[in-house]
Design a protein around this ligand. Structure first.
Ligand code: FAD
Ligand code: UDP
Length: 390
């Protein structure tokens, strides 16, 4: 008997005695799948099998200690931030937090300057000493008037003009997405604000914090319920017809679920190069962006982000690429149109709930996925209550 069959047999045997199978099969143990597993088991007492084809829980937010003993994020730096008190409170059941405000510098014209662009960025870049009021006037003088803001190029040139757009956004975006900003929805570069003050935090959210003992520990606590069985190294397709279940929650890529029947949805991938460096600090801040040079977009140093103290340090370089694990849905009109065809299929598929960044083809942050999963749970709960009444 192979490893998966053994695990499965154990999982099936461990399902609630006297009742065969599971109420829910959850595909993917990232935020989407884990939040639903936790809610369904804890609130509704459902029996849940959660499977992931990777050898670990946590999805892209998974963290682990590398060979040098430094806590790293294998799938790139993950910084938690949200404006939602409900989402923060929900996750706080499973972790304590370390307050952390992420700071990013961009390497431009041989200098390291704050990103998002702020007052200090402009003063340092141009050797000026402008006030907030003057920098606002400066942006107004260089901004290109646009009738309509449609693309990621429009967003930036309409705020800070073409020169700053070229220095900070054009090259980075072309590297990151393999597309020109004019080919991407406005929402992509609109993630990064422009400031006229000296605020140099990357995010402005009300809650900005890292799980004190890491994401993986937080996920372990979410999934630590006797009704939840976790099966790793397992593609759900290998067990979907073997294990009895009543409802599926699917958080993998939506096009894969439907065997790419309408064609492949583009997802952008990354190659991560992790390096341990034998010195205490590698760079001044958590992340340095390289919009115009090198094949990578950014270097992140984990100790800034996690607060860990260690005599060595670990960094990750992100090299964007077309092939590989799907990390980013690509927001542009033709992809949205293709996604709508899959979405219609998804809506017409009874007994399957699609949730998460890949299954709903949305460029969501972690908190948005948690919010989406909690909303999906409420719908399932309402359906459950209605079924109980009949
Ligand atoms: P995922 O975490 O992708 O989980 C889906 C899971 O499904 C995966 O583990 C996958 O293995 C599994 N799966 C897929 N197909 C199958 C199958 N056939 N069978 C079994 N299992 C399957 N967000 C932030 O808020 N802050 C950040 O700083 C941040 N940084 C990021 C940096 C990078 C480089 C990336 C790529 C993303 C970042 N994000 C960040 C976004 C964050 O990763 C996502 O919002 C979140 O992890 C999505 O959770 P999910 O559960 O939807 O998907
Ligand atoms: N971006 C850019 N230059 C930067 C930072 C971001 O052009 O220095 C653009 C780029 O298109 C990127 C998008 O803004 O994909 C969103 O940036 P963010 O840092 O939010 O990306 P993520 O962390 O999700 O990869």
């Amino acid at each position: 008997m192979d490893k998966i069959s053994q695990d499965l047999e154990r999982a099936a045997a461990a399902a609630v005695p006297g009742r065969a199978g599971f109420d829910y099969l959850i595909v993917g143990a990232g935020f989407a799948g884990s939040v639903l597993a936790e809610r369904l088991a804890n609130v509704l007492g459902k029996r849940v099998l959660i499977v992931d084809k990777r050898p670990h829980i946590g999805g892209n937010a998974y963290d682990r200690y590398d060979d040098a003993g430094v806590l790293v994020h294998p799938y790139g730096p993950h910084i938690f931030h949200t404006n939602s008190e409900d989402i923060f409170d929900y996750l706080s059941q499973f972790t304590q937090w370390r307050q952390y405000q992420h700071r990013v510098l961009a390497s431009v014209d041989g200098q390291l300057v704050p990103m998002p662009i702020n007052l200090d960025t402009i003063n340092k870049l141009y050797g000026l000493n402008l006030t907030s009021f003057e920098v606002e006037k400066f942006f107004e003088s260089v901004a290109e008037k646009k009738e309509e803001i449609k693309t990621s190029e429009d967003v930036v040139v309409s705020k800070v003009g073409r020169e700053l757009y070229n220095k900070f956004f054009r090259g980075y975006t072309r590297k990151q997405w393999g597309l020109d900003p004019s080919e991407l929805d406005a929402s992509v570069t609109a993630r990064v604000p422009t400031r006229t003050n000296r605020d140099d935090r990357y995010f402005a959210d009300k809650f900005q914090a890292m799980p004190l003992q890491g994401y993986t520990r937080m996920f372990e606590r979410m999934l630590a319920h006797p009704n939840i069985k976790v099966l790793l190294n397992c593609d759900y397709r290998d067990i979907v017809d073997v294990v009895p279940w009543k409802h599926m929650v699917y958080s993998g890529p939506v096009d894969a679920f439907f065997d790419y029947k309408y064609g492949k949805l583009p997802y952008r991938s990354l190659r991560f190069e992790h390096v341990n460096v034998p010195k205490e600090q590698f760079q001044q801040v958590g992340t340095v962006n390289y919009p115009n040079d090198y094949g990578y977009t950014r270097i992140s140093e984990f100790k800034h982000i996690t607060g860990q103290e260690h005599p060595t340090t670990s960094v990750v370089y992100e090299y964007p690429c077309a092939e590989g694990d799907p990390y980013y849905p690509v927001p542009r009109p033709e992809n949205a149109e293709l996604y709508r065809r899959y979405e219609a299929e998804a809506d017409a598929t009874p007994n399957v709930t699609f949730v998460g960044r890949l299954a709903t083809y949305r460029y969501y942050n972690m908190d948005q996925v948690v919010g989406q999963a909690l909303a999906a749970f409420k719908r399932l709960q309402a359906a459950h209550a209605a079924a109980e009444r009949t």
